[in-house]
Design a protein around this ligand. Sequence first.
Ligand code: SF4
Length: 89
Amino acid sequence: MLNFISFLINGIQPLLIPICFVIAWTVIILVFMNLWAATKDTIKTAQKMHKIPCHNCQFFTKNYRLKCTVNPYIANTEEAIGCKDYQSN
Ligand code: SF4
């Protein structure tokens, strides 16, 4: 039995280095692809959030209990993008 295991280990030993090389680079590439995707999502979300006009609107109260006197349910949300009641300060 030990002879068989020794034969098996000696048989696959030349293949271990290329297999580990491929696995290691695959993991590294997947990590960088995930980081790239997360960065792109973050930038996309940040750009969308900067389109919310409420902070420059005269109806925005800066009070967390009543953020907007006209549209309190959509103030400071993505639904406020393109708000028809927007009035610049
Ligand atoms: S009126 Fe519209 S743009 Fe102005 S604060 Fe309210 S939700 Fe935001």
